[in-house]
Write a protein that binds this ligand. Sequence first.
Ligand SMILES: NC(=O)C1=CN([C@@H]2O[C@H](COP(=O)(O)OP(=O)(O)OC[C@H]3O[C@@H](n4cnc5c(N)ncnc54)[C@H](OP(=O)(O)O)[C@@H]3O)[C@@H](O)[C@H]2O)C=CC1
Ligand SMILES: O=C1CO[C@H](CO)[C@@H](O)[C@@H]1O
Length: 272
Amino acid sequence: MYDIELNNGVKMPVLGLGIYKMTDEGEMKDAVQHALAAGYRSFDTAQMYGNEGMLGNVLEKTDISRENLFLTSKVDTGNMGYEKTRASFTRSLEDLKTDYLDLFLVHWPGQKKQRLLDTWSAMEELYFQGKIRAIGVCNCQIRHLEWILENSRVTPAVNQVERNPLMNDEELFLWCREKGIQMEAWRPLLKGNVDLPEISELAGKYGKTPAQILLRWEIQSGYIVIPKSVHQERIFENADIFDFELDEADMSQLSSMNTGKHSSHDPESYDF
Ligand SMILES: NC(=O)C1=CN([C@@H]2O[C@H](COP(=O)(O)OP(=O)(O)OC[C@H]3O[C@@H](n4cnc5c(N)ncnc54)[C@H](OP(=O)(O)O)[C@@H]3O)[C@@H](O)[C@H]2O)C=CC1
Ligand SMILES: O=C1CO[C@H](CO)[C@@H](O)[C@@H]1O
């Protein structure tokens, strides 16, 4: 496990636990405890997931101190705009039982430039007040990022996007890298559908599991990764990706599987 330094110097673990769909507090408690035992320190939730309160309860009862955790949440689409972003951020802090976030992200950019800029301006203010260590976005295309870069003071630290061998936007990755925006991969395990023939073949070649091949490809490509699991053995399996390396040909083979199709909304057109 290692950290990646974001564009403002904040260090973020390269691996975190995805928290989407965890809605049972007992299940989440076990998952978080297994994750901490496996070395995870970063947890990725969102206002949209409806589980910030649960995560706050669970983390409050662990013996890991707050400064050793890295907490990410995201402003929901319905909470965008200057005032609503600020108010919803306060609720997120209360629910998560903390007085700061490590990373706060815009969940979806949508197609309304001014709404995104108003949201970003509230996030910048919270950042300058020291209530968030780094601010960023999700699901942004180059066009959305240009809106922000041309009109704001703070360059997003992170762009969290759907990324796996079937959805892999290399142009966006290269553009973000040039601007100093760290990419982070959501749905890296294809929502559990990891047993594609090409991936199983590589798993056999490297003596690893399909999930480990997928996650290794992410981090070796320069992405931060946040696989979700509630199962102890998978949580450990997903963290056991630091003792091998995919060769260049296999990296390229995985990259060549791109279909360009998003599994949920297409950020190019999605609005709300
Ligand atoms: N910004 C955004 O718009 C989005 C952000 N996200 C974030 O990214 C995280 C990850 O994405 P997510 O959509 O959850 O999908 P993932 O690609 O992480 O897949 C999660 C699924 O894979 C299963 N799984 C976990 N480990 C393994 C394994 N080793 N082998 C086989 N199956 C496995 C899990 O099952 P089980 O739990 O039963 O083990 C679960 O069903 C989310 O939890 C969320 O935090 C996700 C979507 C959008
Ligand atoms: O965070 C999220 C969880 O997954 C959803 C899709 O299944 C996304 O739309 C959403 O952004």
